[in-house]
Design a protein around this ligand. Structure first.
Ligand code: CA
Length: 146
């Protein structure tokens, strides 16, 4: 599987976007998903690059999280902004990563993304609760592709 368009159907994308909306209802953190086929770059470096390209470093609390997936490379990275890294332990994303890995290994890409997004929301909630006074949807929930 190397074509990004084959990776998720329109319906599946909508389900993932719904998961992002749901996750963001419990936290001020902002979650985005970016999917591409392949990169020659190191995956972590590429995730960082995409994070900046999507202007995810512009959130008020610096609590954006990018779930970056390189489909053909069978690789993904969960990258959180400084505001998160400053207050969480180093293994903060391990549980989210493990859930996603489990589903991806079984070929359940949509379910892996949905459960990863929801788990990220739950983890973020502990440190960045939803705030009714200041909350706004700072970053688009649509899936980004390249
Ligand atoms: Ca959002």
């Amino acid at each position: 599987m190397s074509n990004v368009e084959d990776f998720l159907s329109v319906q599946e994308e909508q389900e993932i976007i719904a998961a992002i909306r749901k996750a963001e209802r419990s936290t001020s953190g902002e979650i985005r998903v970016h999917i591409e086929a392949h990169t020659d770059a190191d995956h972590f470096d590429r995730a960082l690059e995409v994070f900046h390209l999507l202007k995810m470093d512009n959130t008020r609390l610096q609590n954006g999280v990018l779930i970056y997936v390189a489909v053909a490379d069978k690789s993904f990275v969960i990258y959180g902004d400084e505001g998160i890294n400053n207050v969480v332990p180093n293994d903060f994303w391990n549980s989210t990563r493990d859930i996603m890995s489990k589903h991806f290994r079984q070929g359940n890409f949509k379910q892996g993304l949905i459960e990863g997004v929801l788990k990220a929301g739950i983890e973020l909630q502990q440190h960045f609760p939803w705030d009714i006074d200041t909350h706004e949807d700072e970053l688009p929930n649509e899936i980004s592709k390249s």
